[in-house]
Design a binder for this molecule. Structure first.
Ligand SMILES: C[S@@+](CC[C@H](N)C(=O)[O-])C[C@H]1O[C@@H](n2cnc3c(N)ncnc32)[C@H](O)[C@@H]1O
Length: 176
């Protein structure tokens, strides 16, 4: 079993402020020579490229996403020598085996909103080296989601919920 680390709430910030503040935390100054991972990297344009901008001394930044077209896109558009884009699912341990216990820092920006948290947090622990740490940011409250849920819960839109609602939401949606 894994132990939940201390949770720190960040109010919404511009990405630059967020990375600058992160660098002030012990162990997160420059990640010199460390192997880091970006979980749910998408196109790489936001989180992955920004991580490398603030942490150019990392030895390697492995950027994973379970949506393979994003990985193809990222590889062809947002590539840099230290970044390795790979298709893998943070909920499916069998796709993560090669990195077991090898990652010293994990970043994940706005991905955990979409996953089964127990599974995903367990796999974060599985990937981290002893003493490794993760920074996981996700939206906990947003008017956008409130409005979205309000719409998707209406009978006439319910048929689209499987397509447009993310898995966690659809599991939690009350039956109508
Ligand atoms: C809102 S996007 C964020 C992308 C990027 N981190 C950014 O900051 O722009 C969420 C990403 O998480 C990915 N994702 C969702 N579930 C995932 C999973 N189980 N494993 C890996 N990636 C996942 C999605 O494919 C999507 O690219």
């Amino acid at each position: 079993m894994y132990r939940l680390p201390k949770l720190i709430g960040f109010p919404h910030r511009r990405p630059d402020d967020y990375y600058k503040e992160l660098q002030e935390r012990p162990g997160w100054k420059d990640l010199d020579g460390e192997v880091a991972m970006d979980v749910g990297c998408g196109s790489g344009r936001n989180s992955t490229i920004n991580i490398l901008k603030y942490y150019p001394k990392v030895e390697k930044l492995i950027a994973i996403d379970n949506y393979t077209p994003s990985i193809y896109f990222a590889t062809s558009t947002n590539t840099q020598p230290k970044i390795e884009y790979r298709s893998a699912d943070i909920e499916d341990r069998s796709t993560l085996v090669e990195w077991e216990g090898k990652i010293s820092k994990i970043f994940s920006t706005n991905c955990f909103t979409h996953v089964d948290p127990e599974n995903a947090f367990g796999n974060v622990h599985y990937l981290l080296k002893p003493g490794g740490e993760a920074i996981i940011t996700f939206v906990s409250k947003s008017q956008y989601y409130d409005i979205f849920l309000d719409v998707i819960l209406r009978k006439e839109f319910r048929q689209y919920s499987a397509v447009y609602a993310y898995p966690l939401w659809s599991t939690n949606l009350p039956k109508c």
